[in-house]
Design a protein around this ligand. Structure first.
Ligand code: GDP
Length: 440
């Protein structure tokens, strides 16, 4: 899934990774490449254009944090824009808790994977503690009813059907049966045709009107690419559905429908189906999908952490001091407080082999700053800038002055030494971060 797009985006980022700064020219080239990659993935032209324009604007406008490379920053921007494009937040099913049973109506073209989806959804709801019933309102194809029956048995959910070719009657009676059986959700599988036609639309419309479903889900085969988007639009214009189910993503190498449908139809993708088996159904998370497309989750979280860390500029200043050997115990104190504030540094640290062992997370979280502050305050200026001179008698004096024990002073000085080591590694980390991009 998305293999080609992922490869092409990766190649674009690789080119950018060699650049020290972001400017109109290299961004221009990168955006042209990204747009091509999107169009190749069968993304709707307007959607691709808007996406690339947004990425360009953000890339040129955003201040690139010193700790991350321009290429890393752009990976993050592309990631965020892709997430937005696909709808931002995950949109869950919206079932009314008051109306029982809650009604889910499922519509789509024949062969889209509608019936299979109904059974998968029933299984998922059951697993989540619901008591669902399936209703076969795809009454024109006897095979469809049989198929739903077989699937219903497989997922151990009852299936209601009638012998007449009357979808409305099947749905209404099914609803009654569900009420009688005290079911809390009914999933109604409606008829599909090979192509959009007036009769099918009119029937679906009438069913929607009569049933007033909590959720009207539109099922579409992602392998149809832009045709999937067009079909979704036609259905939505007529039915104003609540959400989309994208099926057969397992066979979709391009991904254009997944990327375009939300923008074009303005309805959220709620589920994705990734195989023929009854368990092959996932909730749709735009952010996870974006990361899957980019295949660069490590860089995205790296930049996120750097962004979260507002005092990063200060850290960098410290690093400079450190390199010039001007890093003293006052700076150390500042840094400790920062470390505590940003538990997320652990994420950064964990990316450097060996470094995570040096400063265990718990040690940071459990740090009590008062005695540290007192100890540092009991030091002379000379001692703060030059801790090597703090010998045994000075340690005793500091302990006394700060109301602590000599062991604590020893510990502080040891931690200071380790912090110096760690900060050197963090400096290396920002360089290795750059390497991550250029190696990819
Ligand atoms: P309907 O006509 O819309 O009800 O479609 P069906 O549920 O009968 O599905 C049509 C075919 O697509 C069946 O062979 C399904 O097994 C298959 N199918 C459904 N969903 C998926 C999926 O996510 N991935 C794959 N590979 N096949 C699927």
């Amino acid at each position: 899934m998305f293999d080609n797009l992922s490869d092409k985006l990766e190649a674009t980022f690789k080119k950018l990774a060699g650049q020290a700064t972001i400017n109109e020219i290299n961004i221009g080239i990168a955006m042209r490449d990204i747009k091509r990659a999107l169009l190749n993935a069968d993304v709707n032209y307007k959607v691709a254009k808007k996406l690339v324009d947004d990425i360009r604007e953000k890339s040129l406008g955003e201040q690139v944090l010193k700790s991350v490379s321009p290429a890393q920053m752009i990976v993050k921007i592309v990631n965020d824009e892709l997430t937005d494009l696909m709808g931002g937040e995950h949109q869950p099913l919206n079932l009314s808790p008051k109306k029982l049973p809650a009604i889910i109506m499922v519509a789509g073209l024949q062969g889209s994977g509608k019936t299979t989806f109904c059974a998968k959804l029933a299984k998922r709801l059951k697993k989540n503690g619901k008591n669902p019933m399936l209703v076969a309102a795809d009454v024109y194809r006897p095979a469809a009813v049989d198929q739903l029956r077989t699937l219903g048995e497989q997922v151990d959910v009852p299936v209601f059907s009638i012998d007449e070719q009357d979808a409305m009657k099947a749905a209404v009676k099914g609803l009654e049966a569900a009420r009688l059986a005290a079911k809390d959700v009914v999933i109604i599988d409606t008829a599909g045709r090979l192509q959009i036609d007036e009769k099918m639309m009119a029937e679906a419309e009438a069913l929607k009107h009569a049933l007033k479903p909590d959720e009207l889900l539109f099922v579409v085969d992602s392998m149809m690419g832009q045709e999937a988007v067009n079909t979704a639009k036609a259905f939505n214009d007529r039915l104003d559905f609540d959400g989309v189910v994208l099926t057969k993503l397992d066979g979709d190498a391009r991904g254009g429908a997944a990327l375009s449908i939300r923008q074009v139809v303005e309805k959220p993708i709620k589920f994705i189906s990734v195989g023929e088996k009854v368990d092959d159904l996932d909730l749709f998370y735009p952010d996870r999908m974006a990361q899957r497309i980019l295949g660069m989750g490590d860089i995205v979280s790296f930049v996120e952490k750097a962004q979260e860390t507002l005092d990063l500029e200060k850290t960098l200043e410290m690093q400079k001091k450190l390199m010039k050997n001007e890093f003293d115990l006052n700076d150390f104190f500042d840094q400790l407080q920062q470390l505590k504030k940003m538990g997320s540094i652990q994420g950064l640290i964990s990316m450097v082999p060996g470094l995570n062992k040096m400063v265990p997370k718990q040690e940071i979280e459990n740090l009590d700053f008062k005695p540290i502050e007192a100890m540092i305050n009991s030091m002379t200026k000379q001692e703060k800038t030059n801790p090597e001179i703090i010998n045994g008698s000075r340690r005793q004096r500091i302990a006394k002055g700060s109301g602590t024990r000599v062991q604590e002073v020893n510990m502080l000085l040891k931690q200071f030494g380790e912090m110096k080591k760690m900060m050197r590694s963090v400096t290396k980390l920002s360089q290795s971060g750059r390497k991550i991009t250029s190696q990819n």
